[in-house]
Design a binder for this molecule. Sequence first.
Ligand code: ADP
Length: 317
Amino acid sequence: MITFDNVSKKYSNDHVAVKALNVEIKKGEFFVIIGPSGCGKTTLLKMINRLIPLTEGTIWINGKKISDYNIHELRWSIGYVLQQIALFPHMTIEENIAIVPELKKWSKTKIQKRVEELLELVGLEPEKYRQRKPKELSGGEQQRVGVIRALAADPEIILMDEPFSALDPISRTKLQDDLLEMQRTIQKTIVFVSHDMQEALKLGDRLCVMKDGEIVQIGAPQEIVQNPVNDFVQQFIGINAVNNRFDIQAIMQPIVTTSELRDTIFVNEPLTNILQKFTQHNVLGVEEDGKIIGMVTRATILQYLAEDFKERGHAHD
Ligand code: ADP
């Protein structure tokens, strides 16, 4: 668990980038920090592994102040993925992945096994890729290696700073899907910075919306979409526009079994009501003229919202 207790960051030019921030990031959760450019996302992220020193307050990791950790111990136990992965160009893919395990003095056999396991995890055949140099890989493949390099020594926490934003849309979608799939198995605490609402909705267990160095709202994706705390969040997610276009029948699925359906929504129910009900249920029946005509899952709704943002190019810079 990562706890921010009244944390502020003032840069040397007196700019306060993060203001008295309090937040708890739970173990194993996918926590997405989202907000317009310059709102303090990267500063917040980099304070966790002490790449940026904080000015006031305390950050705790598993009950221990980050300032009490040995800096190497801290950095090695936190994976870090940047927008432009800086793989070392003269080293092979295997050597690049092995950096932290080597520093931690793992045995050769253990390292080799780990490299294989990780390459397989992201669909890069070990025999084909381990001896290649970074320039012999596509941008998407390099970014995959960047992600598994951060996982190499099995850190409990992974920090990701817009890791997919430099990729083309197809690779980006693929890597997002892979990361979600991977997270199902590895269950790490992931702190992920994004300025793209579509990405945030798709990936996050919880989203933390920031503005001018402050947290405006924290909640599950459906809570934020359903109940934005103010005009800023409302505009940022563009909920009104979605509501007007929303048609449940376009995403409804045939009913597999009625035993799962604990609640229903009406065919013309506003999106905000639907999201409210999804805070309690994973699947809802769709009712028309007293009959259940289909069902909708929470995952489908979130996917719909994510697609909608994508279509409108609703990214904020
Ligand atoms: P974001 O990641 O949301 O784009 P940042 O955390 O990078 O925001 O920056 C937050 C604010 O702090 C911005 O106004 C930025 O200009 C400022 N800032 C970032 N780094 C420095 C620095 N080293 N010195 C002074 N100001 C900085």
